[in-house]
Design a protein around this ligand. Structure first.
Ligand code: MG
Length: 459
């Protein structure tokens, strides 16, 4: 194995791939990486609510201490809460033990940079290099790091959210909300934050449980049936569900319909851009044109990046964006912090509803409608870049093609919609996404371009 970090840190099944030994060595590698630029780095560590959290946290802490880092344990908390504490309390880095929405037998390690953002790919590769080289400098006994605990992160984080929404407007609206934390780390923040916002909160799966006894952790329609049933029963304005480490928020409208992440993203983007009277919104190339259409209509601009929330966050910083995010419910509010944040997302959604005084179904219905078709096709990993080059050459001459974008994979804009051909980072496949205002056109585009990819792969 030469690769540990995936798109979202290191993940694996506990005591199979994700062992105490790995966490210990990773602690040493992360610490050695930090020691390159600072003498005694300070590292905040925390976990989500999984059964294996303490085993991995203590091992990783031991590794960090052994190479001379000072470690502060922040306890169980959402990933964005740890990220906020790292930025605000001037830690040199953060480590969160989490496997996000994966099943309970999984766990993982994610490293946070000193500014609270997720590490960039090249930084992760450097840590990987140290890990595999086993080239870790011995630290003398009197240089071993110090350990302490701090329980102030959650209050600090909630204060920031409350300072970035119109609390009076939300409180006066006295909105009823069904909250489904999915027994994850969100339980430590979301119920009390909603109460502080004056909401009448109906709780579902709001006790932390390392086995995710209430529902599987990923906020997808099949896992949120209970929430979808409860929202109309309770007469709530919406339901909101978090994933295991509470960086993503997914909504259910007042009638109990699942609201797909591209819709809630576009709705909040429209609101934020209108409030800012324009501004830049950053998102990956795979995001629905629904976003661009509403952002443009409000006088804003969409900037596209390669797929991955750390990339989105970094570009947002660079271009001074007013908003950004991904279609999976991971929205980024730069005035608060540069990372996906579920609690900030539902707080902003409450403000939006309190201001608009319309039901969520109506607001969603006002958004432009696009149809997406997703296919995949096989291609050996070593041929992928050649195939993409050849594909962009072939399609460049076609009359229906208006523009080709190579930000991530090959995105082909045609008169009636776009097609994105993206190599999977983990499997020998290409994903072929097509989007159009018409379902039939999206289907036709997807199957025709999948065929083109197959032909290129064969030659
Ligand atoms: Mg997550």
């Amino acid at each position: 194995m030469t690769k540990l970090f995936g798109t979202n840190g290191i993940r694996g099944v506990v005591n199979e791939d994700m062992t105490g030994e790995l966490a210990l060595s990773m602690g040493k590698a992360i610490g050695s990486y930090l020691r390159k630029t600072r003498d005694k780095p300070s590292v905040a560590i925390g976990t989500d609510a999984r059964v294996s959290n303490n085993m991995l946290k203590t091992a990783c802490t031991s590794g960090l201490l052994s190479v001379g880092c000072d470690v502060v344990d922040l306890g169980i908390l959402p990933t964005p809460t740890l990220q906020f504490a790292v930025k605000e309390k001037d830690f040199d880095a953060g480590v969160i033990i989490t496997a996000s929405h994966n099943p309970p037998e999984f766990n993982g390690i994610k490293v946070i940079d000193g500014d609270g953002t997720e590490l960039a790919k090249d930084q992760e590769e450097e840590i990987e290099g140290i890990y595999f080289s086993k080239n870790i400098e011995k630290t003398p006994w009197n240089m071993v790091g110090g350990f302490s605990q701090w329980d102030g992160a959650i209050d600090l984080y909630k204060e920031s959210i409350l300072s970035h929404v119109d609390v009076d407007v939300i409180r006066n609206a006295r909105l009823r909300v069904v909250l489904d934390c999915g027994n994850g780390a969100g339980c430590f923040v979301a119920p009390s934050l909603l109460k502080e916002l004056g909401c009448d909160v109906r709780e579902l799966n709001c006790e932390p449980d390392g086995f995710f006894k209430g529902r599987p952790s990923e906020p997808v329609p099949e896992n949120l049936k209970e929430l979808m049933k409860k929202v109309p029963e309770e007469n709530a304005v919406f339901g909101v569900a978090q994933d295991g480490d509470a960086d993503r928020a997914i909504f259910v409208d007042e009638k109990g319909n699942f609201v797909f992440g591209d819709k809630s993203f576009a709705l909040v983007a429209k609101y934020v851009v209108r409030q800012n009277k324009g501004g830049k919104v950053v998102t990956p190339v795979s995001t629905s044109s629904c976003l661009e259409e509403v952002v443009r209509a409000e006088g804003g601009e969409v900037i596209y990046t390669a797929v991955g929330s750390p990339i989105v966050a970094r570009v947002m910083k660079k271009v001074n964006a007013v908003f950004g995010g991904e279609e999976n419910g991971g929205l980024i509010f730069p005035e608060h912090q540069y990372c996906r944040d579920s609690a900030m997302t539902f707080a902003k959604m409450l403000e939006l509803l309190a201001f608009e005084k319309k039901p969520l179904t109506e607001l969603i219905d006002e958004l432009p409608k696009y149809e997406v078709v997703k296919l995949k096709t096989r291609c050996p990993n070593d041929k992928k870049s050649q195939v993409m080059e050849r594909l962009s050459e072939i399609v460049a001459d076609e009359s229906e093609v208006e523009r080709i974008d190579r930000t991530d994979g090959v995105k082909i804009y045609t008169k009636n919609g776009w097609v994105l051909v993206r190599p999977s980072g983990t499997e020998p496949i290409f994903r072929v996404f097509a989007e159009s205002k018409s379902k039939a056109v999206a289907e036709e585009l997807a199957s025709r371009y999948k065929k083109k990819v197959d032909e290129v792969v064969q030659h």
